[in-house]
Design a protein around this ligand. Structure first.
Ligand code: HEC
Length: 120
């Protein structure tokens, strides 16, 4: 095989491995419009009833500080909202909102966390 072809093949293989095992991450960009929409969805979907005003915590935990029950990767947060957490009051919301809407809520939650760290 030609060296260039072999190099191309090796490169393609190296690129394919991380892609195949990559964690799920938020595909959305945090525009002001999307962040505002995330807050609306959080309120409208009923998250506010348990996680409180501005997701600052109530029956359910605060979702905007740095304290999490599980390491807050995009994938963990997404799966928790989508599928719920067995044996807890946190039910899955895949019947109520789309995956895109879940990411929109996550975009807002992340922005709230970012804002809490800004100097007052
Ligand atoms: C009926 C109450 C209730 C509602 C409604 C609810 N949650 Fe929860 N949620 C909880 C509880 C309780 C937990 C903690 C579960 C546990 O102990 O692991 C939780 C956990 C979570 C977590 C993981 C927190 C962590 O620290 O690991 C996320 C993220 C989350 N909820 C987001 C949402 C979103 C977004 C919505 C709306 C789509 C929502 N929840 C609606 C009660 C609720």
């Amino acid at each position: 095989m030609h060296t260039i072809a072999r190099c191309t093949l090796l490169f393609a293989t190296m690129m394919a491995i991380p892609l195949a095992t990559a964690a799920i991450t938020n595909p959305l960009s945090p525009t002001p419009e999307l962040i505002a929409e995330g807050k609306k969805l959080f309120n409208r979907t009923g998250c506010i009833a348990c996680h409180g005003h501005n997701a600052r915590g109530a029956v359910g935990p605060d979702l905007t500080d740095d304290e999490w029950l599980r390491t807050p990767s995009d994938e963990m947060v997404f799966n928790t909202i989508r599928n719920g957490r067995q044996g807890t009051a946190m039910s899955g919301f895949s019947d109520n909102i789309t995956d895109q809407q879940i990411w929109t809520i996550i975009t807002w939650i992340r922005d709230e966390n970012r804002k809490r760290k800004l100097p007052q």
